[in-house]
Ligand binder design. Structure first.
Ligand code: ASP
Ligand code: MG
Length: 407
């Protein structure tokens, strides 16, 4: 008998028929001789709908975060009850538990709380009594009994953390795609499902635009060594196993190609080349709560230099406003240029640590396709370039082919 944690995302429980589909799967898993904890998200669109309602009743100010959590937690509370009912109607025995009832304790940071501890006694007791436990994703409780939520996409974290706490034999993340792909199949028709990927690669892919799961939950899985599988709730195809790095994994140089659209570039020309300049620029950016991506500083000439960085295009107006304030302190002739309509293409793989020539191969593929590279950045397991937005899909395709990833 195995102990299995399953998680079903919002699309998978998006309507009554789909809830029944999940109920059937969960019940089959139990009937095959396993104990099952099933975590569910709110029905698709429900969390967004609740956020919209909150804004409508509170147009004068941001709703208080404590109340947001009380509100948002209802989405998952709805689906645990409905799925438990569906399982019971099919002849099974299921009990629903909220995050608090399941012993998920968090800090007090409302709307993006961190799990500090899980006391799974109630979960274990219910399992031992032969129940399927339907567990509400995305929520927990503070030490003083306040309801909290774990940040958007937080049901993934609930599943991974509960799997760690009860030492589950298997953790399955059910979603609306078959697993993690070598590239977005809507862009690269020849993209293949990846059989195995390391936590680190999965995190790099997510930060480069291939968001399959909440990154925090992948970090948590990495920290606690929770192996999990991402798979489709609508079919029985095997999914992608996400796990610790193993020696064989390094033989694949590039695991996947990801693309991130809607990027923008800020260039600050002719800043003084002296200590404190970058600190002033990025201090202003961080004060404005803007997350940036690549940073490039040129080699200086005659005591001046240029600094460029990229960020999400939506943040550009905020960044411009923040920088205008510090511009005069950066140099006599300093000017600011911005450009949107750019995108990022990244190749990711732990094999890059032990193979050389990855960047050269990527640049050659782009050159052959006459795609201009505007900026480059690298990390141990990633090489990323900025290109014109209109060329990003073609760039992804030629790079995917160059690294032999086509099916
Ligand atoms: N319902 C929450 C959200 O939409 C949590 C989740 O789906 O994982 O962000
Ligand atoms: Mg969701």
């Amino acid at each position: 008998m195995a102990l299995i944690v399953q998680k079903y995302g919002g699309t998978s429980v998006g309507n009554p028929e789909r809830i029944r589909n999940c109920a059937r799967r969960i019940l089959e898993t139990q009937r095959a001789g396993n104990q099952v904890v099933a975590v569910v998200s709110a029905m698709s669109g429900v969390t967004d709908g609740l956020i919209k309602l909150a804004k409508e009743v509170s147009p004068e100010r941001e709703p208080i975060e404590r109340e947001m959590d009380v509100l948002l937690a209802t989405g998952e509370q709805t689906t645990i009850a409905l799925t438990a009912m569906a399982i019971n109607a099919l002849g099974g025995k299921a009990v629903s538990l909220t995050g608090a009832q399941a012993g998920i304790s968090t800090d007090r940071v409302h709307t993006k709380a961190r799990i500090v501890n899980i006391t799974p006694d109630a979960v274990k007791k219910m399992l031992d009594e032969g129940n399927i436990v339907m567990l509400a994703g995305f929520q927990g409780e503070t030490a003083s009994g306040e309801i909290t939520t774990l940040g958007r996409g937080g049901s993934d974290l609930t599943a991974i953390a509960m799997a760690a706490a009860i030492k589950a034999d298997l953790c399955q993340i059910y979603t609306d795609v078959d697993g993690v792909y070598t590239c977005d199949p809507r862009v690269v028709k020849t993209a293949k499902k990846i059989e195995e990927i390391s936590y680190e690669e999965m995190l790099e892919m997510a930060s480069s635009g291939s968001k399959v799961m909440q990154s925090r939950s992948v970090e948590f899985a990495n920290k606690f060594g929770v192996r999990f599988e991402v798979r489709n709730s609508m079919n029985n195809n095997p999914g992608t196993i996400v796990k610790e790095e193993t020696p064989g994994m390094e033989s694949v140089v590039v695991r996947g190609v990801s693309l991130e659209r809607n990027q923008a570039k800020v260039t600050i020309d002719d800043v003084a080349d002296r200590p404190g300049i970058s600190a002033a620029i990025f201090g202003a950016i961080s004060q404005a709560n803007i997350t940036i991506d690549m940073i490039v500083q040129n080699v200086s000439h005659d005591g001046i230099t240029d600094i460029s960085f990229t960020l999400g295009a939506a943040e550009l107006p905020k960044a411009e406003a923040a920088l205008k304030a510090v511009l005069p302190s950066l140099g006599d002739k300093t000017t600011l240029r911005t450009q949107s309509g750019i995108a990022k293409v990244s190749v990711v793989g732990i094999g890059m640590r032990s193979h050389s020539g990855v960047a050269a191969k990527m640049f050659k593929a782009l050159a052959d396709a006459k795609i201009n590279i505007q900026m480059i950045s690298t990390s141990e397991i990633k090489t990323a370039v900025i290109v014109e937005e209109s060329e990003v899909e073609n760039a992804a395709r030629v790079v995917h082919t160059a690294f032999g990833l086509d099916a």
